[in-house]
Design a protein around this ligand. Structure first.
Ligand code: HEC
Length: 100
């Protein structure tokens, strides 16, 4: 009886941690916006309303183009730094549904 109870507690704990681990996809607020602030904001801001990636809705609308430019490395433009880890975050963000 006691063993079954322990087993139940352990397995429900494992179940919980599985659930916790399941959703690690990047979000705009936590992962993507800080990258945009560093790498894109200088050119993509409220002065360019159609391409203001500081605004979630605008970035969401253009997410496929953002992924394309960032993975093919045409954005940020030639000579401006952006490391592969950051490019991957942007790609994963779009691939996982571009969550807010
Ligand atoms: C030095 C300025 C500059 C920086 C920095 C920059 N961009 Fe751009 N971006 C531009 C300009 C200018 C255009 C418009 C010309 C073109 O389409 O290539 C553009 C166009 C784009 C487009 C196409 C928009 C459309 O309407 O189809 C995307 C997507 C884009 N940029 C994403 C980014 C992302 C993401 C970053 C940051 C990782 C970034 N850019 C950084 C200057 C910049």
């Amino acid at each position: 009886m006691f063993n079954y109870a322990v087993l139940g507690i352990v397995s429900s704990f494992l179940g919980m941690s599985e659930g916790y681990r399941a959703d690690t996809s990047p979000t705009y607020a936590k992962d993507v916006k800080p990258i945009i602030e560093n790498r894109c904001q200088v050119c993509h801001n409220e002065m360019t309303p159609e391409r203001n990636w500081m605004d979630y809705d605008t970035a969401y609308k253009k997410r496929k183009e953002i992924k394309k430019r960032v993975t093919e490395k045409s954005m940020p433009p030639f000579g401006m730094p952006m490391d592969d880890a950051e490019r991957k975050v942007v790609k994963d963000w779009v691939d996982s549904g571009a969550k807010k």
